[in-house]
Design a protein around this ligand. Structure first.
Ligand code: C2E
Length: 515
């Protein structure tokens, strides 16, 4: 999956999670709020009914004539101790004779049939018009000669906008609205007094003291509409989460898959493999050696040497890489019986490894210890080779039986005058000189000069990048004895190399055998 798509997918997932969490929290808070307000309504009713029971008990015990000043004073005094009861009255024979707020009535007021008779003998009126004021409605609880009144407006019904509710009196066969919007209370079973649907939150609470319940419902869309600004803010934050996550992931993934990291991981996980390009003796046509060329491929695709070599240098992985090249190439080639003893295996070294003297570790590379091949160290000339330590290493390599070849000779830092200071056995003419032959370009004229210098210094000369018969012919005429290039074979695997070596005409005498 392309990196960007992966980053988008992960960021989307995270943003959705964020939005989900906020929605969940909002939803929980709303429910919590509903729960609190609903319970407050129920608690008020429950407290009031508890107060009513104790008040009526007290009133029954007053030792004073009915509706006398002494009785009314005792009742009023007691009312001060109660929070919820707003009025109390004395009844006889189905008529109300006096109340604490109005005093003794001139005319005894007939009372209506109660809405409900509790199992403990209390008569209950719900949503009843009250004597104390023309618009007042309330709850009335009565037993014996006394009743108590609770005003409906003292219920804490300050629900936030968007929440609808209904309080009901609920007995076995009666569900009567006390206050609120009809149709909200659902009468769910005890264990399921709570429900969340796509559109609604619904919760229901009942008092343990009296059969008094409330259903509270909030509509999600109405709530969202109520909290428009909050919703806009949350959406903006979600967008921020998406953008932030995308930026972070994208940069992390890019970093993870950067050239440098791919190459480092590739080195640890064996993503390199090696190909071999034949080096041919132009006089005999025999293949006398090969150059080992690294290839890289990981799940993200291949990388060219032009891409991975600079990364290896940048990350100071040059020596571990060269060790791997040597280990793999010699292990690989050793399995090919068709390759003759003394067959030249050219390995590209980094000049900085010669400078830092790391190549002295060569004897510890196992397949090299017992090899029947001959290793040629290929190195491009650069400033590192001017240093004494590099020169000493080159001398040590020669003494230890390794050949040294100066690669890409004639380009960049290479310098004919300095050649005699470097201990080398071969120089490799860069491809750019060879490809110039056909055009008769100025560069090709240097080849004759290089051949002459090589003769004087007694070093072999190999032409790189030979692609055509004409180039081959010209090189032979100029006195170049060894060549490498597509004309003789592209980089190939070890089996293919062994096959072409076996089929090649002429002697397969190693490169060091002559020039
Ligand atoms: N157009 C054309 N090209 C030809 C022809 N014959 C050979 N080549 C290419 O020329 C390059 C020769 O390798 P180089 O000069 O050592 O240059 C190498 C070498 O400097 C570096 N490299 C490759 N493998 C290794 C390695 O294992 N270690 C180190 N240190 N460097 C390596 O990467 C460079 C490029 O390697 P490659 O891409 O494999 O490219 C190789 C080879 O494939 C031809 O006839 N025509």
């Amino acid at each position: 999956m392309p990196l960007r798509l992966l980053a988008v997918a992960l960021s989307l997932l995270l943003s959705v999670c964020f939005l989900g969490l906020v929605a969940y929290k909002f939803s929980r808070d709303t429910l919590e709020h509903q729960w609190e307000r609903g319970r407050a309504v129920i608690d008020h009713g429950a407290h009031w009914s508890a107060e009513a029971v104790s008040f009526i008990d007290f009133a029954e015990g007053i030792d004073a004539p009915a509706c006398s000043d002494a009785m009314l004073t005792a009742l009023r005094t007691r009312l001060f101790q109660h929070e919820y009861i707003k009025d109390a009255g004395y009844l006889d024979n189905g008529h109300l004779l006096c109340t604490t707020t109005l005093g003794r009535s001139v005319e005894p007021m007939p009372i209506t049939e109660p809405d409900y008779l509790s199992s403990t003998g209390y008569n209950i009126w719900i949503n009843e018009p009250l004597a104390l004021s023309p618009n007042a409605r309330g709850f009335i609880i009565q037993k014996g000669h006394f009743n108590t009144v609770f005003l409906l407006e003292s219920l804490p019904t300050d629900f936030p906008p968007g929440i609808r509710w209904q309080a009901v009196y609920r007995s076995e066969n009666l569900t009567e609205t006390i206050v609120g919007q009809p149709g909200i209370y659902r009468g769910l079973p005890n264990d399921r007094r709570f429900s969340v649907t796509v559109n609604h939150h619904y919760a229901e609470y009942c008092s343990d003291v009296i059969p008094y319940c409330i259903g509270v419902e909030s509509n999600h869309w109405r709530m969202l509409n109520e909290h428009r600004w909050l919703v806009a803010l949350v959406l903006l934050a979600t967008l921020g989460v998406f953008a932030g996550t995308y930026w972070l992931l994208d940069s992390r993934l890019r970093q993870y898959n950067s050239l440098g990291n791919r190459v480092r991981r590739g080195l640890e996980r064996g993503r390199f493999h090696f190909l071999y390009q034949p080096i041919v003796d132009l006089n005999t046509g025999g293949i006398v050696g090969c150059e080992v060329l690294a290839r890289f491929e990981d799940p993200l695709g291949p990388l060219t040497p032009g891409e991975f070599i600079p990364e290896i240098e940048r990350r100071d992985l040059t020596w571990p890489f060269t060790e791997k090249v040597i280990y793999n190439a010699f292990t690989d080639l050793e399995t090919q019986r068709d390759l003759p003893d003394g067959f030249g295996v050219n390995i590209n070294f980094f000049p900085q490894d010669l400078y830092e003297d790391l190549s002295r570790n060569l004897p510890y590379i196992l397949p090299l210890k017992s090899t029947r091949f001959r290793m040629v160290v290929e190195v491009t000339e650069d400033k590192h080779l001017d240093a004494n330590s590099a020169r000493n290493t080159l001398a040590w390599l020669g003494d230890s039986g390794y050949d040294v070849a100066i690669d890409d000779f004639g380009t960049g830092y290479s310098n004919l005058d300095k050649l005699h200071q470097v201990n080398c056995q071969t120089i490799k003419i860069d491809r750019s000189f060879v490809s110039d032959i056909e055009e008769g370009g100025i560069k090709s004229t240097f080849i004759a000069y290089m051949v002459q210098i090589a003769r004087e210094l007694d070093v072999k000369i190999v032409a790189e990048g030979v692609e055509t018969a004409l180039q081959e012919k010209e090189l032979v005429q100029l006195g170049v004895h060894f060549a490498q290039g597509w004309r003789f074979g592209k980089p190939m695997n070890a089996e293919a190399l062994a096959r072409v070596v076996a089929c090649s005409t002429g002697s397969n005498a190693p490169v060091s055998a002559g020039h």
